[in-house]
Design a protein around this ligand. Structure first.
Ligand code: NAD
Ligand code: LIP
Length: 517
């Protein structure tokens, strides 16, 4: 697909240099001090400089679980879009697209034209971003199936698409994987025929060699490793095991069985200077792993892709609580029949998913003390059942019960069929594209001679894409979907010297025009 024309901002506050865009923005916050029931607010204004390197890296994504439903679907989408694939369906011809991708198929409101009409532009025209057609992919899987056979087994893609991509997919074979079977359901053992041998320490070295091999073979200057393998049970976090970076490295050296596969891949990625993204709910980022990422100045992102049922939950609860309606009961049931669902049929792996699916309402509930007393929250139940027949087509059924005026009851009953991998694959692309963008952005106080500072190792900006956002220690978690999206939009606006979108639109709301020059 031809690259889209970039937005060009004409302002004394932005310079489009050869190497970087240098922008100056006013960063405004409000310092609140409670005094009994009163709140005293002091506006804080800081002028910042934002530097964005213009040329995107030559990026490769290494998928852990490459042969899975998400991994094969993302790979097929990359190949199909690169080829401009068209295929026949019973509803007529389809052509490859990136529907469901924030960076490829979503827009943001840039401003208004001379007639006062809103002007919306694709997100990826604000600053240069990686073109998916340039993205290289590789990865590991405990199953040795090549991606053509894996895609057939996974039953996500139309047969016409599988046929059209068969020759290319057949050439793609996952690398042997590090696998700690104790962390996933026993039923996953059946497919484990493509495993690394040796001690955990030897496997760590092999994973690092794999990353270097991919980087060298494809002439990359950045690799992003993405965990899209099975959901694991939580790792025990304890002093001497994984509470510090050195203890975690020592635990790997001694082959401690409590080091999960996902943490081992994360450590390999950090040691190779790569961004690591956790698309599953387990606590891959034990404290020692976070410390290691900070020590090496690499980015980590997690946890658990936010694709369908949970994405809707974060919107509905935001809407209800924001409207002063009090959700008192949330029942989230779904059944699915893919291998993810099969793995989640084990209590210890389900518990990881239950945590990420339940915590997503916490920040919105805590935001409204008029509705909820301290510690009060809605009843909230998550149920996931494995029903092979429905395959990847997850059926979510939710019931939201809320209290209304005069003791009224409001009930929202929703049936939400989520084609899980068709929803997840575009988000995996967004995570890689946005993680690469974040690696090129840095900030400093205006007029400072200090170095520009990058985003924190824990890349909270990408919270929009995950259920359980990993954020820097002692910083707030935001789950509200539209606040998360606004954060990404406003960072993109800051990169080109534009203020956040206030949504005031006073030009259209006053009795008299006070804006005409
Ligand atoms: N699709 C969605 O809607 C969605 C949303 C949120 C999170 N997720 C999570 O994404 C992950 C992948 O989902 P999926 O539907 O692709 O599952 P999947 O079971 O189809 O794919 C997982 C793949 O990982 C492989 N694997 C397991 N352990 C491995 C290891 N140690 N190293 C390398 N490969 C390993 C498996 O063989 C399998 O091919 C799951 O954890 C799931 O919970 C999916
Ligand atoms: O749709 P969503 O809640 O965002 O996410 C999905 C869950 O509903 C589903 O139960 C689980 O199997 C998938 O891995 C994914 O987590």
């Amino acid at each position: 697909m031809a690259p889209r024309k970039q937005v060009q901002v004409q302002s004394p506050d932005v310079e489009y240099g050869e190497e970087a865009i240098l922008a100056r923005v006013q960063y405004e916050t409000a310092l609140c001090q409670r005094d009994g029931d009163a709140v005293v607010v002091t506006p804080k204004r800081r002028r910042l400089e934002v530097r964005t390197v213009r040329r995107p890296h030559r990026v490769g994504a290494m998928l852990v679980g490459w042969g899975g439903n998400n991994g094969t679907t993302l790979t097929a989408a990359l190949l199909a879009n690169r080829a401009g694939l068209r295929w026949e369906t019973r509803e007529g011809e389809r052509r490859a697209d990136w529907l469901g991708s924030l960076t490829q198929s979503a827009t943001l409101k840039l401003g208004m034209d001379a007639e006062g009409r809103d002007v919306w532009v694709p997100l990826n025209t604000m600053v240069p971003m990686v073109d998916p057609d340039d993205l290289e992919v590789d990865g590991w899987d405990i199953s040795g199936l090549n991606l053509e056979d894996a895609a057939r087994r996974n039953r996500v893609l139309d047969v016409e698409v599988q046929r059209a991509l068969a020759a290319q997919l057949r050439e793609l074979k996952p690398r042997p994987a590090a696998f700690n079977a104790a962390f996933v359901a026993a039923n996953q053992q059946e497919r484990a025929d493509n495993l690394l041998a040796g001690t955990t320490a030897q496997q760590l070295q092999r994973l690092r060699e794999d990353i270097r091999d991919f980087k060298q073979r494809k002439a990359l200057d950045m690799v992003v490793v993405v965990w899209t393998a099975n959901t694991e049970r939580f790792s025990e976090v304890r002093p001497g095991l994984n509470d510090t970076a050195d203890n975690l490295l020592a635990a790997i050296d001694r082959g401690d069985a409590e080091v999960s596969s996902s943490t081992l891949y994360a450590v390999a990625s950090v040691l190779e200077g790569c961004t690591f993204i956790n698309g599953s709910p387990q606590n891959t980022f034990v404290p020692g792993c976070v410390e290691l990422a900070q020590r090496h100045g690499t980015h980590i992102v997690g946890d658990d892709l936010k694709t369908g049922q949970t994405k809707l939950k974060s919107v509905l609860v935001d809407f209800l609580v924001g409207a002063g309606i009090k959700p008192t009961s949330i029942v989230s049931y779904n059944h699915l029949g893919n291998n993810d669902g099969r793995n989640l049929s084990a209590p210890h792996t389900f518990q990881s998913k239950e945590i990420s699916k339940r915590n997503v309402v916490d920040d919105v509930v805590e935001s409204n003390s008029l509705l909820y007393a301290p510690g009060e929250h809605p009843d909230h139940v998550v149920v996931i059942k494995y029903v092979p027949y429905v395959g990847d087509s997850k059926r979510a059924m939710d019931e939201y019960t809320s209290e209304l005026l005069f003791g009224g009851r409001h009930t929202l009953a929703i049936h939400n069929t989520c084609e899980d991998s068709l929803l997840a694959a575009p988000l995996l692309l967004d995570l890689v594209v946005l993680a690469e963008f974040c690696s090129r952005v840095s900030f400093r106080a205006h007029g400072s001679q200090e170095d520009f500072v990058p985003f924190h190792s824990v890349l909270g900006l990408l919270s929009y894409l995950v259920k359980a956002p990993l954020v820097p220690k002692d910083t707030p978690v935001v789950n509200s979907l539209f606040r998360q999206r606004a954060c990404i939009e406003n960072v993109l606006r800051a990169c080109v010297g534009l203020a956040p979108d206030s949504n005031l639109l006073l030009e259209h709301k006053l009795s008299t025009d006070i804006f005409s020059d």
